[in-house]
Design a protein around this ligand. Structure first.
Ligand code: ZN
Length: 237
């Protein structure tokens, strides 16, 4: 017995010794990325170049401006959502694959912040759930995002205040739910509730799903059985 417990102690010690350098290596890998994000802003970027507390994923936040309306507008000094993060993956609705192409992932700084904070809270509340899929936001400078950019196109998504978020699936796969019966409505409703609480101006959900929310904010719209469309309010000047 003593010999076995001695062996167990040695095994534990070895495990700790192995684990510590591994953790250091991870930190070592993260460090250059974190340092890189503090590099001076490129000359053409006159916005502030700041990094939020969490270096994963690094995002070049700057004060953006949503011009005009979501269905007739432009985006100034947008912020690009990374292709994926700890709490989300991105999904290309045209190529039907992950990630979504970079030029389709530009929003205002407040949209990116709000989106990531909702997804972070969602993941904390459901640690066993898969990452949430994020689809199109807007083009780098906003503007028309219609059929010429693939598929049915978007009537809105023009000034960086709209984002498509894919419903969580029952099977936990990180891809869009092609049919409503694949949608985990419990988790989907929780996402809707969180976006309402985060101050969404409007949310569209699918007519074949049992999702609901604050009257005047959440409504049903055709073509939204695989994703919810979140619109944030125009921030005060
Ligand atoms: Zn949309």
């Amino acid at each position: 017995m003593r010999r076995r417990s001695l062996l167990a102690t040695i095994a534990l010690a070895v495990a700790v010794l192995v684990a510590v350098p591994a953790a250091d290596t991870q930190r070592g890998q993260a460090a250059p990325r974190a340092t890189a994000t503090f590099a001076p802003a490129p000359p053409e970027d006159d916005g502030q170049f700041a990094v939020e507390g969490d270096p994963d994923p690094p995002i070049a936040y700057r004060a953006s401006k949503a011009l005009g309306m979501p269905w007739n507008g432009r985006l100034q000094r947008g912020v690009q959502l990374p292709s994926e993060g700890r709490d989300f993956f991105t999904w290309d609705p045209i190529l039907k694959r992950t990630p979504d192409r970079g030029w389709r992932r530009w929003g205002t700084d407040s949209l990116v912040r709000t989106l990531l904070s909702v997804l972070r809270e969602f993941r904390a509340a459901h640690p066993e759930a898969a990452r949430v899929g994020v689809g199109d936001i807007a083009r780098e400078h906003g503007g028309h995002f219609g059929r010429e950019f693939g598929g049915l196109g978007h009537a809105s998504h023009q000034n960086g205040l709209d984002v498509d978020v894919y419903y969580p699936r029952f099977d936990g796969l990180e891809r869009r739910a092609q049919t409503p019966d694949l949608v985990d409505e419990y988790l989907a409703q929780d996402l809707v509730n969180r976006f309402v609480a985060a101050g969404a101006a409007h949310i569209y959900v699918g007519p074949h799903l049992d999702l609901h929310g604050r009257r005047g904010v959440v409504s049903k719209l055709v073509y939204h059985d695989d994703h919810l469309h979140v619109r944030l309010p125009q921030p005060p000047e």
